[in-house]
Ligand binder design. Structure first.
Ligand SMILES: O=c1[nH]c(=O)c2ncn([C@@H]3O[C@H](COP(=O)(O)OP(=O)(O)OP(=O)(O)O)[C@@H](O)[C@H]3O)c2[nH]1
Ligand SMILES: [Mg+2]
Length: 255
């Protein structure tokens, strides 16, 4: 069982794992990962192919680990040529773990993955884990959002409560796991507003604000978002992992 801190997320992930703290030091690159070329200085893989998520995750890691050279140390699944992982899990946490395990095994580096989505109360939590492909095609944000608005066309504001959910997983090449969660509750607007963010951002107005997520500046969204909360909770584990056994720089070598 990975560590997890969200009792509302009931289904248990299947992959076993020890606590990250027990990992003795940064691993040597996995010899079986020879198909993947790891840039020098890479320390962490972000196991996502979603550009919107990637930008947010990079900014969050830069803010949470100010000593880390994010440009050099953080690589992403796409730039390593890692394939998209089939999300066969039935919960956010199971899919986050699937993606992080796959990237850690393929790269020989620790990996962070996020599985996230929009859960609409009147739809009993849908689109949920199917958020990225709600309209039938993976990653068509405009079609997903239009379908959702059409489905909710007759639903008045007082019954349009919804929330973003994020499960963020940190997995080492040895299989150690950490899992954290974040939620952002709000109300679905009748029409998209704003052009920032991605996905369903233009239709979710967070509780206590009078703008959509797409109208927030990126720092503000990251401070309050589901992903921001999950990554803030994961940050101490990332710090512990990345500060352990950091290879010493060779004389004259830049890090
Ligand atoms: O408006 C949004 N603001 C957000 O902050 C947000 N976070 C997640 N989502 C939605 O949920 C899907 C994730 O699905 P998902 O976790 O499987 O990711 P993905 O398939 O897009 O990329 P990957 O990380 O799996 O490679 C995304 O595509 C979006 O539709 C969001 N929408
Ligand atoms: Mg996905």
């Amino acid at each position: 069982m990975p560590e997890q801190h969200d009792p509302s997320q009931a289904a248990a992930p299947t992959a076993p794992g020890a606590a990250v703290e027990s990992a003795p030091e940064d691993p040597e690159p996995d010899p079986d990962a020879s198909a993947v070329s790891i840039p020098s200085g890479a320390r962490l893989v972000l196991a996502t192919h979603n550009a919107g998520k990637l930008a947010e995750l990079r900014a969050m890691i830069a803010a949470e680990l100010p000593g880390l050279d994010v440009e050099r140390a953080v690589v992403d699944a796409g730039s390593l040529g890692l394939p998209d992982v089939r999300e066969t899990g039935t919960t956010f946490q199971a899919n986050a773990l699937l993606k992080a395990h796959a990237a850690a095994e393929a790269s020989g580096l620790p990996a962070v993955a996020d599985d996230s989505g929009l859960a609409v109360d009147v739809l009993h939590g849908a689109p949920g884990i199917f958020s990225a492909r709600w309209a039938g095609r993976h990653g068509d944000d405009t079609a997903n959002l239009e379908l959702l608005l059409a489905q909710l066309g007759d639903i008045p504001d007082e019954h349009r409560a919804a929330g973003f959910v994020c499960a963020a997983a940190l997995v080492t090449p040895e299989g150690a796991e950490h899992l954290e969660f974040g939620h952002l509750r709000g109300t679905l607007l009748q029409e998209p507003v704003g052009d920032g963010g991605f996905g369903y951002d233009p239709v979710l107005r967070p509780d206590g604000l009078d703008v959509s997520c797409a109208q927030l500046d990126p720092e503000h969204k990251n401070r309050i978002s589901h992903r921001g909360q999950a990554m803030a909770a994961l940050a101490p584990h990332l710090v512990a992992l990345l500060s352990q056994g950091a290879p010493a720089a060779e004389p004259g070598e830049e890090r």
